[in-house]
Design a protein around this ligand. Structure first.
Ligand code: HEC
Length: 114
């Protein structure tokens, strides 16, 4: 029978947690990326709810899945917009889920949270 010491089990548990968190969306990384790549248009100053032009969407509080879907579709061309295609072209899948986790967590005027 396999026998593990307590130390080995502890190490395995830590390793399992670490590998899980590597795949979980990272809102802090999303915040950094958004401030660097998205703020010029979607306006960090307005807490992501006051874009520089009324035709530019508010992102604060938008659903996570919706944001990821929009970015994926700008990147692969199913959703057509010259400006956002150029933005999404440089984003990895991890970038997209991190950005979405951050933006979705921001206070919003788009809906009332229950
Ligand atoms: C140069 C200006 C500009 C930059 C920079 C920019 N965006 Fe956009 N974004 C737009 C415009 C314009 C639209 C509306 C496009 C359309 O009509 O589909 C848009 C749309 C979106 C949408 C769709 C929202 C909706 O309600 O359907 C998402 C999500 C989005 N942007 C995320 C981002 C993220 C994340 C970044 C940073 C990586 C970013 N954008 C950078 C201008 C910009």
């Amino acid at each position: 029978m396999l026998k593990f010491s307590k130390t080995t089990l502890f190490a395995l548990t830590i390793a399992a947690c670490a590998s899980f968190s590597a795949h979980a969306a990272d809102a802090a990384a999303g915040k950094a990326k958004a401030e660097q790549a998205c703020a010029a248009c979607h306006a960090k100053e307005g807490n992501w709810s006051a874009p520089i032009d009324p035709s530019y969407p508010k992102l604060a509080g938008q659903h996570k899945d919706y944001i990821v879907q929009a970015l994926v579709q700008y990147k692969d061309g199913r959703r057509k917009n010259g400006i956002m295609a150029a933005q999404a072209a440089n984003l990895s899948n991890d970038d997209m889920s991190n950005l979405a986790a951050f933006l979705a967590s921001q206070p919003t005027e788009l809906s009332t949270k229950k």
